[in-house]
Design a protein. Sequence first.
Length: 212
Amino acid sequence: MKQYKNVTVIDHPLVQHKLTILRDKSTGVKEFRELVEELSLLIGYEVTRNLTMEETEIETPICKTKSKVIAGKKLGFIPILRAGLGMVDGMLSLVPAAKVGHIGLYRDPETLKPVEYYCKLPSDVAERDLIVLDPMLATGGSAAAAISFLKDKGAKSIKLVNLIAAPEGIQTVIEAHPDVEIYVGAVDEKLNDHGYIVPGLGDAGDRLFGTK
C-alpha cells in the first residue's frame, strides 16, 4: 500500500475484524449501525492520542498526588450529513463534553462539485480541535469542501476521520488541505466508474438508515 503523508491507518486487529463484518453485504442495519459506532470509538482512541496534557493535584483515598488531565483546546465533532451521523455516538462516548456541529453537502449534477445546504457549528470553532466525521472517503470532494467551510468559519485545527478511504479521495484532501491529518481504518484499491470505493461496503448512508 502506498504511504501517504499525514495519513494514519489504524491497523488494530479489532478495527480490521469489525471492518470485515461491516463490509459484508449480509450484515443488517442494526448490526451495521453498532459496528460503525464501535469502529468510531476505536479509531477515535487513536485520533485523540496526542491531546495536550497538564498536571493537577488530587487526593486519593490514600494520599494527595499529582496526576494528568487533558488540557488545551476543547474538541468538536463535525459529521458530514448524513452518513457521518453514524459515527457521532462512538466519538462522544470517548469525549462526552465535546460539542457537535453538522455540515450538509450535495453534489451539483451539472458541475459535480459539492454544494453546502446546511451548516450549523459551535460558535467557538476557532478555539476547538475539530474532528470531521464521514465513514467513506471516496472522491474526497465532500470532505475537502467541508474542511474549506470550516476554515472559512475560522477553524484552525482540523482532523478527518474515515472508516474506509480510496486513494483518489486521500489525494484530493491532501492536495486541498496539506495541513489536515487523516485517520482511516483501511485504504482500499480504487474507485469504480460510479464513484464507489472498491471493494468498499456500498453506500454507507443507505446501510446505516435502511434506505435505497
